[in-house]
Design a protein around this ligand. Structure first.
Ligand code: ADP
Ligand code: ASP
Ligand code: MG
Length: 455
């Protein structure tokens, strides 16, 4: 059995939904189909909520546009005999959504929990529509079986409970049934409140289901021909990668390749279930296959990507010998609070310790470091901590990257020749990834340059 996931790019318009129908209808036997909200709708749901909270009356026009968009799709695609049923269900959801906006308007505030409820309507509506337009469609509500728990203030999947609930939910799946599942949305294990798996999280819904049911494959259907050597919107000659490993795809995604939401890879990797990236608008293209091992014909370097919103915390030592101990203490202090560290070191100066983190967590990381290193800062063993924002991590991912010293030097010199400053770079700890921390406003220039050097 396979699990397919169609992103917002695939369920955005009448035309693209016709492609989805063709793809799903051509599957023999049963399958599970995870769908995102109509393309761009999640952003719209959020911006409309913000307007209502800030007393911008135009939220009402946005609401009308959301209603019209769903009405046009239902009218164009749903069979006559199902029109009334689908219209009634979607109209009720739209009414509830509007009531939520009215509440925010009166409250003049947008609590996080209310925003989670608001964004859930996107997938709740799209899944009703897709169920009605495919053959043998049956909707399964992920609010009942995708569960989250709190982890350092974030919602993360409650993997164990979710796995058993998924198995229970699909035990009775019909022989030719195409089970349609809203992606992204979930409920909290402890409170039952609506939550979600994070932006782009429908991929993860697909992976959790594929892993729980030991699916043969997870197919991610999107709007490009596969996983590419770089973001095709930035690097014009980016090519489709025929095959890559779970580890390589995980690295590319966690360093910004938007094509798969990073947590998606873990559950299927664990069960060794292959992932395929396919194009809803070009279904006959072979796509990209992700499996556990490299193939003989694989290219050594898979791709180049960049992670925006990176920050760098640095401090200087008086004595180079202190470097390993202080680095260790600094890393432990930060990571015990769930903050992810990007492994880099200073490119030219062994007396400087550089720690790269996501900008959203930089303030917290800085505080933790100041606490941990307070004695050394006050007695002058190390300098004050410096924080640099507006940076990006440029990543080059492939096989045996640790061995590619010459490539690493060549990239460094090419970037410097173009006056692209390297604030920090890989510390040789990763076998799959070379990293360069550069200014964020240089990424559009650096990506094509590095891509042309390594691909
Ligand atoms: P979906 O709505 O299907 O989830 P996303 O917008 O989340 O689609 O992801 C697909 C987009 O990811 C593509 O349109 C492409 O512009 C972008 N992208 C960024 N990096 C890559 C890459 N390395 N390979 C393929 N696509 C990429
Ligand atoms: N609709 C959600 C988003 O836009 C989830 C997804 O598309 O995967 O983030
Ligand atoms: Mg996506």
């Amino acid at each position: 059995m396979k699990v397919l996931k169609f992103g917002g790019t695939s369920v955005g318009t009448v035309e693209s939904l016709k492609n989805v129908k063709n793809i799903v209808d051509s599957i023999e036997g049963n399958a599970i189909v995870v769908v995102s909200a109509l393309g761009g709708l999640t952003d719209k749901l959020i911006s409309t909520a913000k307007k209502a909270a800030s007393q911008d009356e135009s939220w009402r026009n946005d609401m009308t546009a959301i209603e019209d968009r769903h009405a046009v799709i239902i009218k164009s695609l749903v069979k006559d005999e199902l029109q009334d049923e689908v219209n009634t269900t979607v109209t009720q959801l739209l009414k509830d959504l509007k009531r939520n906006y009215e509440g925010i308007w009166l409250l003049r505030a947008l609590p996080d929990q209310t925003l989670d409820v608001i964004v859930s309507y996107g997938e709740r509506m799209s899944s009703v529509i897709v169920t009605a337009i495919v053959e043998n469609g049956k909707r399964h509500d992920s609010l009942n079986f995708i569960k989250t728990e709190k982890w350092y203030g974030k919602n993360i999947a409650d993997r164990k409970l979710t796995e058993s609930l998924i198995i229970e939910e699909f035990k009775t799946q019909g022989e030719n049934e195409k089970s349609i599942v809203p992606g992204f949305i979930s409920t909290d294990t402890a409170t039952g409140e609506i939550t979600n798996l994070g932006r782009g999280g429908s991929d993860y819904t697909g992976a959790l289901i594929a892993a729980a049911l030991d699916a043969d494959i997870l197919e991610i259907w999107t709007d490009v021909d596969g996983f590419m050597t770089a973001d095709p919107r930035i690097v014009k000659d980016a090519k489709v990668i025929d095959h890559l490993t779970f580890t390589e795809s995980m690295e590319l995604c966690s360093f910004g390749a938007k094509v798969i939401y990073p947590p998606t890879i873990y559950p299927v990797f664990h069960k060794n279930i292959p992932i395929k990236i396919l194009n809803t608008f070009h279904a006959e293209a072979p796509g990209s296959l992700i499996t556990d091992n490299s193939l003989k014909e694989d290219l050594p370097v898979k791709g180049v990507t960049s992670l925006k919103d990176t920050s760098l915390i640095s401090f200087e030592l008086k004595n180079e010998n202190e470097l390993p101990v202080l680095t260790n203490r600094a890393f432990n202090a930060i990571s015990k609070d769930g903050i992810k560290i990007i492994p880099v070191s200073n490119p030219d100066n062994n007396f400087i310790i550089d720690i790269a983190v996501g900008s959203g967590e930089a303030g917290k990381a800085l505080k933790l470091l100041e606490q941990e290193l307070a004695p050394e800062i006050s007695n002058g063993t190390i300098s004050n901590l410096q924080l640099k924002n507006d940076l990006a991590a440029l990543a080059i991912v492939g096989k045996d990257m640790r061995m590619k010293q010459r490539m690493s030097e060549r990239i460094k010199h090419s970037l410097q020749r173009q006056n692209i400053e390297i604030h920090a770079m890989s510390n040789g700890s990763s076998d799959t990834t070379l990293l360069y921390i550069i200014d964020i406003d240089k990424t559009l220039e650096a990506l094509p340059l590095v891509h042309s050097l390594v691909i």
